[in-house]
Design a protein around this ligand. Structure first.
Ligand code: WTA
Length: 663
């Protein structure tokens, strides 16, 4: 039996208990922060002792190069160490007497659909699935693709992969068959786990039908998936016409219960890949961001503990879907590494009506609630009574993620939802950073400024750079970059280390380039100003303009397309597309619908443009580069602020576009 190195955590805590915050003063934060920067090797080694390792890391376990002029970019943490993150999420708590504590409190599409799984239940199910994966020949390092709605089987499948050293790739169940096929082929999964379908509000979503189409596309592309394991969702059975391929498809409920409920974890090197997660960039295909095991585990566990003031037994709810990074780090790994009770929400926050969130908080006595500004903006417009009729006295910490939170939404969250009692942790981070980077900590000592992500988390050195790459010191504005490595960072892009280097490290040698702009105020607080590249943030989801343009341009009647993000009162930004047709006669409502359907089919419903603006031609520089700045201004009706258009090859295009707005 492996020695459990630290089990001396406090075992009792409840939703309503008052207790000191994890960090109790500015001086404490400053001392720990300073130490984390001056001695990262020692600081993180100390933090790592809170986890179970089968082999301790080397004394000098951390090494990194961020300078492209100095050889390949790399980072390793806890070198020499071996661990298993699923063991740290589950076995450890069962061994410590928490086996009968709920691990997942699942609530389905309808409020009465509920399921509780204890830590022992989850451990047993993870082991069964691990054994099944092994029986299918899945080995350490193989990638398994997961295309599931928010059911307990999704985090269970992630943990089962992690238990045997396989790499999971979760694909958000809103992506189309084309996108799914592209992602399965990219990482060559031979096993896919999915479900019959799911209900989103009143709408059935035919997931198995989408998987069937995707796997046909994979076959055509020369990649064969051997097995699809299917979870049966009784509220959304197989759609008419969607079948089972006897040679490929198997039911979860027939195959998994037969497996043994024990499975020895595979202890892996710290730098063994844990998961791939595809995300959008400003150009090209989605990037398969690779996170590894040891550093990510320590980063996820430690940030969850400090940023949410989390202790074992706390009831925590994040509205994120496991299909995005928040669902990985702050729904699955981080909370389970801290022995929390996680609410898994399988519905939409406005179904059956806009009180759903507050009902869930009351019902499960949620202590920490983590959500996105877009949801707050959509709920606050209905007034306060919808919120206040539910009991929110269990809440202690509120969190925001995904986009800048505007002051109005911040105050509503703080005053109405949190009754002025709960600090808001406005957490800035990214798929690539893996873990929180800039965020307040939830102690009364930490001054909160509505709209500011505040101060760096331990081990993070944010800098603001001028376009020439000079560090802006003191109070000022610039491009947000990170100096020095942190444990949770992505190590590479799947099969494309060159793209990893050129995207994140080549723009400013010696720094990780975030793609965001930011401002630092007199108190050293950071205010994120938004993306500086061609990435749009719609309702907290990243979408590359190039991806939407690519999808539009694939349509035979589309000659050219240019996509920009414009401000949107609820979604933060919305997608606005300029399209030049091969035949201008086709402009009109019908064509618009054809293009919208085409984007939905190619990427997924969330990438559909809100507006399609017919463009006989696009404003380009003499070298042929589309001037998006001009397109953005025209889209927002700010033609008085167009700025210099003298470098356009044909400046008259701008007036033509303005005249066609709303056509
Ligand atoms: C934006 C989501 C302002 C930012 C975790 C970043 C934010 C992108 C915040 C990453 C925040 C995330 N304040 N902007 N608190 N959090 N962003 O990869 O533009 O889906 O670069 O990761 O979201 O999006 P991603």
């Amino acid at each position: 039996m492996h020695r459990l190195q630290v089990l001396s955590k406090q075992l009792t805590s409840g939703a309503f208990t008052e207790r000191p915050s994890t960090i109790s003063s500015s001086a404490d934060y400053e001392r720990l922060y300073k130490r984390s920067i001056e001695d990262p090797n020692g600081f993180w080694a100390e933090m790592a002792k809170d986890f179970v390792w089968s082999k301790t890391w080397d004394k000098d376990h951390f090494k990194s190069n961020f300078d492209v002029n100095n050889g390949p970019i790399f980072t390793h943490w806890f070198k020499g160490g071996k661990t298993n993150i699923a063991f740290n999420c589950l076995d450890r708590w069962v061994a410590a007497g928490r086996g009968s504590q709920p691990c997942f409190l699942w609530e389905g599409n309808e409020p009465h659909q509920q399921r509780t799984m204890t830590y022992s239940d989850v451990l047993a199910e993870v082991c069964r699935l691990s054994n099944w994966l092994l029986s299918q020949g899945v080995k350490m390092g193989d990638t398994v693709s997961l295309y599931l709605p928010m059911v307990c089987e999704l985090p269970i499948a992630m943990l089962a992969c992690a238990r045997i050293g396989a790499v999971h790739s979760v694909i958000f169940a809103g992506f189309s068959a084309d996108s799914l096929a592209q992602r399965i082929m990219d990482c060559k999964s031979r096993v896919v786990i999915t479900s019959t379908g799911t209900m989103r509000g009143t709408k059935p979503v035919d997931l198995k039908g989408i998987v069937d189409k995707a796997l046909d596309l994979c076959n055509k592309g020369g990649h064969k998936v051997d097995r699809a394991l299917v979870v049966e969702d009784s509220s959304c059975p197989l759609q008419p016409g969607v079948g089972f391929q006897a040679s490929r498809d198997v039911w979860w409920h027939q195959h998994i219960p037969q497996q043994a409920a024990q499975c020895e974890p595979t202890w892996v090197d710290s730098e063994q890949p844990l998961f791939l997660l595809y995300t959008s960039g400003s150009t090209g295909n989605p990037k398969g961001v690779v996170h590894t095991t040891g550093g990510y585990m320590v980063g996820a566990g430690v940030s969850t503990k400090y940023v949410f003031d989390m202790q074992p037994g706390d009831v925590y709810w994040s509205t994120a879907d496991c299909g995005w990074i928040t669902g990985h780090t702050y729904l699955t790994y981080g909370p389970l590494l801290n022995g929390a009770v996680c609410v898994l929400f399988g519905s939409t926050p406005t179904y059956p009506d806009q009180t759903r969130c507050w009902q869930v908080i009351e019902k499960y006595k949620v202590r920490q609630f983590y959500t996105a500004p877009t949801l707050l903006r959509s709920l606050l417009q209905h007034g306060d009574d919808w919120v206040t009729k539910y009991d929110r006295s269990s809440l202690r910490v509120l969190g925001s993620v995904g986009e800048p939170i505007n002051e109005h939404a911040w105050h509503w969250f703080h005053e109405v939802v949190g009754e002025k009692r709960c600090p808001i942790v406005d957490t800035w981070w990214q798929t690539e950073t893996g873990t929180h980077m800039i965020t307040p900590l939830p102690g009364s000592w930490c001054k909160l400024k509505p709209g500011s992500a505040s101060l760096p988390f331990f081990g993070v050195q944010p800098v603001l750079l001028s376009p020439e790459g000079k560090e802006v010191t003191g109070h000022g504005e610039g491009i947000l970059a990170i100096k020095g490595a942190w444990p949770g960072m992505a190590r590479t892009l799947h099969n494309d280390h060159g793209r990893y280097e050129s995207t994140y490290f080549a723009p400013f040698s010696g720094y990780y380039f975030t793609g965001d702009g930011a401002r630092r105020d007199e108190d050293g607080y950071i205010w994120i100003t938004g993306r500086v590249d061609d990435v749009i943030n719609v309702s907290g989801h990243r979408i590359g303009t190039a991806e939407v343009e690519g999808a539009l341009a694939e349509h035979p009647l589309c000659a050219e397309a240019a996509v920009v993000g414009v401000d949107h009162p609820i979604k933060g930004q919305s997608i606005y597309a300029y399209v030049t047709l091969t035949d201008a006669q086709r402009q009109g409502k019908e064509m618009r619908q054809i293009l919208v359907d085409h984007v939905r089919k190619t990427i997924g419903p969330f990438a559909v443009p809100d507006v399609i603006h017919w463009a006989p031609s696009l404003p380009k520089t003499r070298s042929g580069k589309i001037m998006r700045r001009v397109l953005r201004k025209v889209a927002m009706g700010q033609e008085k602020e167009l700025g210099d258009v003298s470098t356009l090859a044909d400046p008259s295009v701008v007036d033509l576009l303005i005249s066609l707005r709303g056509e």
